[in-house]
Design a protein around this ligand. Structure first.
Ligand SMILES: Cc1ncc(COP(=O)(O)O)c(C=O)c1O
Length: 381
């Protein structure tokens, strides 16, 4: 099975015997029953529902395959997939380097929870590249990356940052949600761990929350598993099943959404109402060359800086959209649009010239989405 989409169709399925279901069935249980008392404490068996199920095992296998990792850890949300790996490697007195472009709740976790436990977080410029070396201290335990950055879409030099961190024994963790692991493989670029909000493409239908982390090494995988055990992390078998099911079709959905996003980004780039399009596949993107080097494609999500205008005008434009829902997240079947400025916090980089709007492309036809944008722009004045 050379091709990933072939593996996604076949991995983690039960061996057919007589009338076997195509996927492992959902086993809902907290209590697992044993017919012999002596088996209750066997270390080679699951003893309790929190220890997972066949569906969880199958899903881990698919996550491992996604990026060619050694192990995968499952979480009940994408945020947990971001926070738990950090928690696994920090101790009071440690230092964490966090990209300024990180997903807001990850930044919030670092600046509040980690701070309370005596761990210092230092923000760094996402475009720092090999310059990160100067920021790494003896007590730097973790370097957090996200590429492209949430909302602002900077591409990071994952190989340069990972190499610098490795020299000083700091663990690199990359939030790889945007690419779904399908168009970027940070583990192959030298990172230690990647994290995913599976809520997005793998869920694919805007109706569940889930997360996963993939480790390049067994050692890091064991550390994540221990923290998850210590903190009682567990996820519903129903949600795990939906994510597993999402893996079966994700390649086709992602490819279509990726094409739509690029078509919309190119169309928007020619509009008078748009000052800048933040999509790394466009040659006008400041990190286009880095993206070409490290990514094999795009994704469904990008941003557009509109011509300066008051907030009411931006809201009027977004409200006029008929096919784009107003709501957070991406990777689902439906397109979404949000005004980003109210949540945009940045220490580095120049402010944008106008309001920032983020578009998440769903499975609608790009011509219909473009027509929708065109009619909504009539309101942008
Ligand atoms: C880049 C990124 N990481 C993590 C998350 C968190 O995922 P979840 O909503 O599954 O908790 C999100 C959600 O929007 C995200 O965009």
């Amino acid at each position: 099975m050379t091709h990933r989409r072939t593996r996604f169709a076949h991995l983690g399925r039960p061996e057919p015997t007589l009338a076997t279901p195509v996927n492992h069935p959902v086993e809902r249980a907290s209590t697992l029953l044993f017919d012999k008392s002596e088996d209750l404490y066997r270390s080679d068996l699951r003893g309790y529902g929190r220890h997972g199920s066949q569906v969880h095992d199958a899903l881990k296998r698919l996550f491992v395959d996604l990026e060619g990792g050694a192990t995968a850890q499952l979480y009940p949300s994408g945020v947990m997939a971001c926070t738990q790996p950090v928690l696994s490697f920090v101790r009071p007195g440690d230092h964490v380097l966090l990209t300024d472009s990180a997903y807001g709740p990850t930044r919030f976790f670092c600046q509040t929870f980690l701070k309370q436990m005596g761990v210092e977080t230092e923000l760094y410029d996402p475009r720092i590249g090999a310059g990160i070396e100067a920021l790494i201290r003896d007590n730097t335990a973790v370097v957090l990356l996200e590429s492209p950055g949430s909302l602002t879409f900077e591409i990071q030099d994952i190989p340069a940052i990972s190499a610098a961190a490795r020299k000083r024994a700091a663990v690199t963790i990359v939030d790889n949600t945007w690419s779904a692991g399908l168009t970027c493989n940070p583990l192959a670029l030298g990172a230690d761990i990647t994290t995913h909000s599976a809520t997005k493409y793998f869920g694919g239908h805007g109706d569940l929350l889930y997360g996963g982390a993939i480790c390049a090494s067994e050692d890091h995988g064991s550390t994540l598993a221990l923290t998850a055990k210590q903190l009682g992390v567990a996820s519903s078998p129903d949600d795990a099943y939906q994510v597993l099911r999402g893996f079966r079709s994700v390649s086709a959905r992602f490819a279509q959404q990726e094409r739509t996003a690029e078509a919309l980004a190119r169309w928007l780039a020619d509009r008078d109402e748009v000052r800048q399009v933040l999509h790394p596949a466009l040659p006008s993107h400041p990190d286009h060359a880095l993206w070409r080097r490290d990514f094999s494609g795009g994704a469904c999500l990008f941003g557009a800086v509109l011509a300066p205008g008051p907030v009411v005008q931006v809201d009027r434009f977004i409200d006029a959209l008929r096919l784009f829902g107003v709501g957070f997240s991406y990777g689902g079947f439906e397109s979404l649009a949000i005004h980003c400025d109210p949540q945009l916090k940045r220490k580095f980089g120049e402010p944008f010239e106008g309001p920032l709007v983020r578009f998440a492309c769903g499975l609608e036809h790009p011509d219909d989405l473009i027509a929708d944008l065109e009619q909504a722009f009539a309101q942008y004045s």
